[in-house]
Ligand binder design. Structure first.
Ligand code: SAM
Length: 219
């Protein structure tokens, strides 16, 4: 199999399940024009995030790693009118583009972008109400820090999702090493035996290649 087959498969399924979307197309176009890297979640994965928000009734969402806010908009579309999202982004340029996209998508008032290093922003968060769902999708070497903070900030029964944890199977190839892979291995080691969460990894394949995410529930 190759990326072309996987993209064809995503396109095929999406053609039945995910309608043409002028707003998200404009967001993708804006991200491209403004030089953002093509590393957002796929369309099908974005829809899954949206469905998870809807099916769990999440109202308070935390995201680490905004980029242009493509995943954030999918999440926001699953929220009730009084729901909201806090999303953390290191790059001032990415944050600026994301804010434009949130306005385009009609979510300017429901999404707060906090600029700066994710670890510092997280340490300053002491919300009155715990989050229902945390989506971690930033610099992979900081996964353990983000996951530890997510456990502090999510309610019991809340969800923590960590993206890009399979990495073409390289995480499990012990001959292979890079900083991103090591960031995932350290996270797995930290979760092993952790009484605070129950978790599983779901491998995925599609237009973004062969990867996967950790789905964890806070005990
Ligand atoms: N969640 C986005 C989506 O699917 O549309 C994609 C996020 S992208 C994979 C990762 C983002 O994390 C980038 O925008 C990058 O600038 C940001 N980032 C990198 N290091 C960071 C840090 N230390 N703190 C916060 N964000 C960081």
């Amino acid at each position: 199999s190759s990326i072309d087959d996987w993209k064809r498969s995503d396109d095929y399924h999406n053609s039945f399940l995910i309608p043409k979307d002028d707003v998200l197309n404009a967001v993708v176009e804006n991200n491209k024009e403004q030089g953002l890297p093509d590393i957002a979640v796929s369309t099908a994965q974005g829809k899954l995030l949206n469905l998870l928000v809807r099916s769990t009734g999440a109202k308070r969402i935390l995201e680490v790693g905004t980029l242009g806010g493509y995943s954030t908009i999918w999440l926001a579309r699953g929220l009730p009118a009084d729901g909201n999202i806090v999303t953390l982004e290191l790059s001032a340029h990415h944050a600026k583009v994301a804010r434009e996209n949130f306005a385009t998508a009609g979510f300017a008032s429901q999404i707060e972008v906090i600029e700066g290093p994710g670890a510092e922003s997280l340490a300053k968060l002491h919300p009155e109400h715990a989050f229902d769902l945390v989506f971690i999708d930033a610099d992979k070497p900081s996964n353990v820090t983000y996951f530890t903070e997510a456990k502090r900030l999510v309610r019991p029964g809340g969800i923590i999702i960590v993206d890009n944890v399979v990495r073409y199977g390289r995480v499990a190839d012990l001959e292979y090493s890079d900083a991103n892979v090591e960031g995932v291995r350290k996270l797995l080691l930290a979760i092993k035996g952790d009484q605070d969460v129950e978790a599983t990894t779901i491998g995925t394949v599609g237009e973004k290649g062969y990867d996967g995410f950790i789905y964890a529930v806070r005990n």
